[in-house]
Design a protein around this ligand. Structure first.
Ligand SMILES: [Zn+2]
Length: 70
């Protein structure tokens, strides 16, 4: 039987998952914990969004030409 990780361990797994490929056991623990924890589900969602945003919009591509001159 799998032991559920606590929130701290789950946050660590979510963070590490951005940098490396998690093992099946790690991913399973993470998902099991998130199935009972809204806080970690939200944290994971934000981290995935952040990673996607960083991937889709490299820092150099920021466009600040919104201001219209008269
Ligand atoms: Zn949690």
């Amino acid at each position: 039987m799998l032991l559920l990780p606590n929130c701290k361990q789950t946050h660590k797994l979510v963070s590490e998952g951005l940098d490396r490929h998690l093992t099946l056991a790690e991913r399973t623990k993470m998902k099991l914990h998130m199935s009972i924890c809204d806080s970690c589900t939200n944290f994971n969602g934000q981290m995935q969004l952040l990673r996607k945003a960083m991937h889709d919009y490299p820092a150099a591509k920021i466009n600040s030409d919104d201001e219209t001159s008269q």
